[in-house]
Design a protein around this ligand. Structure first.
Ligand SMILES: CC(C)(COP(=O)(O)OP(=O)(O)OC[C@H]1O[C@@H](n2cnc3c(N)ncnc32)[C@H](O)[C@@H]1OP(=O)(O)O)[C@@H](O)C(=O)NCCC(=O)NCCS
Length: 164
């Protein structure tokens, strides 16, 4: 099998990304196409896709802030994006179900962490559900406990990774 190729997002990737997001997340949490379009146009440097045989099988996307926790509004609008901010916020990490459990999310995350370090960010912030806390801990993320986030009506945990 060909190796996974990780590259920056392109405008023609939008439909595929939106479809994968709708499969990976419940409707109340899934970002719609117009939100991905804005993220792509405002901060393409923080948006990576993973391809196998020229087919997108996953992606990771982000914004930047000086806040220490993610504001729910950031999931809806890049108005809160601060290009030179210290902390990079992961909005989502998705791998299509047909390609999960093969290490692809791990490769995407490691790629993302290295890019954030090169860009001089201080921390990576994310929120996740309880069943994924261990998944993120393997990269060194620290669990800060239940988040104030009410995104999609779910219960989230705040996690951060200090970069140095
Ligand atoms: C979470 C998700 C991205 C993981 O993708 P994946 O490609 O299956 O993950 P990987 O195969 O790279 O897993 C890497 C490692 O994490 C482990 N892992 C995967 N899911 C895990 C979980 N829920 N809890 C603990 N460990 C987990 C794997 O066993 C593997 O460990 P190993 O390296 O020791 O073998 C994928 O399940 C997904 O897209 N889910 C729906 C969307 C979502 O919830 N995204 C995250 C919230 S933003």
């Amino acid at each position: 099998m060909n190796p996974l190729k990780i590259r920056k997002v392109l405008p023609q990737d939008l439909d595929c990304i939106t479809q994968i997001e709708a499969i990976c997340f419940p409707a109340a949490e899934a970002a719609p196409r117009k939100v991905f379009k804005e993220r792509l146009s405002v901060f393409p440097a923080g948006f990576f896709v993973a391809e196998l045989n020229h087919q997108i099988i996953g992606f990771i996307n982000s914004g930047v802030t000086n806040e220490s926790h993610i504001e729910d509004d950031f999931f809806k609008t890049m108005d809160l994006h601060i290009p030179n901010g210290d902390n990079i916020v992961i909005f989502g990490l998705d791998v299509h179900p047909n390609y999960q459990k093969r290490g692809h999310a791990k490769e995407l995350m490691n790629h993302f962490i290295e890019a954030a370090k090169i860009d001089g960010r201080k921390n990576i912030l994310l929120t996740c559900k309880a069943h994924l806390i261990e998944f993120y801990e393997q990269f060194g993320y620290v669990n800060e406990g239940v988040s104030q986030s009410e995104h999609g009506g779910a219960k989230w945990y705040d996690m951060y990774l200090e970069l140095n």
